[in-house]
Design a protein around this ligand. Sequence first.
Ligand code: EPZ
Length: 417
Amino acid sequence: MSKLIIRGGTPIRGKLAVHGAKNAVLPILAASVLCDNGVNVIHNCPNLRDVTITVEILRYLGVRVIRTGNTITIDARKGIHGHIPQYLMQELRSSIIFMGAIAARNHKAKISMPGGCELGPRPIDLHIKALRELGCDIKEKTDYLYVNSRHLKSAALTLPFPSVGATENIMLAACRADGMTVVENVAKEPEIVDLANFLNAMGAKIRGAGTSRIEIEGVKHLHAADYTIMPDRIAAITYLCCAAATGGSIELTHTVPEHLETALSLLAQCGCRIEARDSTVYLQAPKRLSAPSEIVTAPYPGFPTDAQSLFLALLTLADGTSVIRETIFESRFRPAAELAKMGASIALCQNCATVTGVATLQGAPVAATDLRGGAALVIAALAANGTTEIDNVCYIDRGYESLTENLTLLGADIKRI
Ligand code: EPZ
């Protein structure tokens, strides 16, 4: 298992283009199996472990996939079988999106439960309930789901919670269900809009993505599309936090500033000078950050749960005390114990963390607990005095393209061993 060795204390300074969005490319790659006449060309695909695994799943299903740099071409004209084995399904959470994709292309699917970062229980009950309402027959037998979508039909659904993954599975399955499917209380994340834009580029008829009500009119066939993935908003926030934590300054290009709104306003509250124009965001950090009184995570357009660990790390050095409330996942404060090894002062109770800023952090041996928790440790290590060793870097590799190279270009003293 490789490790990162970071010697903290140098300000992060420079310019960086943000890579394509992990949580957009994964469902879009799954959705590409719906195309039965033509070859999809998808640009700005980030070079991430989760993308590599998703390409492996596509190939296992019988799809021809060619990857050249950040462009992936996908030829699913020959059709797919519907079986994805446990060793692939368990590698990532978004493998579950293949359930809707296979239901729309093939009448039978046999898939195991998905994997994904441990953030508390991550059930798929909303996915299963919604697909059953769309006419899928789903049986759960010894760790596998047996899905029969021969009688796929449109429906009027309401999600009890705006689940990102469940919204994506419904969009994929409903694309090929006769008639109009209407779904209320869906997720409004930008990645949902990107998936809808890709499906519509293939000839689907989806309206309302980005709002809490989506209409999907079933179509018989989907043709090929040439599509560019949106920028990764969580990677953008991560690099902004690296500069903010080290008294540095950064110019991020290839971003969508409106996707970063809640994080940018919090960083401004912390005393950072922020400028956003077109697809560029510029941040200049203060000498010492001020602590915002409260941060509450919420479904988009609220403050993103994926940025919660990043700010947990950032605020360990702020002047004052902040309360962070996590409302989406049950246990997403696991990085707190690792940050405490570096001298952070974080008190946890149920779904709240009270962070009292300290003057300095000390480098220490720590271990990533999940993708964004690992990124949080990188932020803390860049700001700490001395050297930090971060284990379980495979978690970080799931969501950040060329992190070590990018941070080195931005002035960090970081090595991978
Ligand atoms: C997606 O996960 C993202 N992953 C997550 O990003 C992100 O944190 C999350 O959305 C919320 O924004 C991908 O897109 C690959 P949910 P997902 O369904 O779809 C509960 C990262 O770091 N729930 O919106 O799994 C669930 O337990 C990752 O990039 C059910 O109870 O999120 C959670 O508490 C981490 N039943 C809440 O809803 C279900 O059937 C939100 O889950 C589904 C979800």
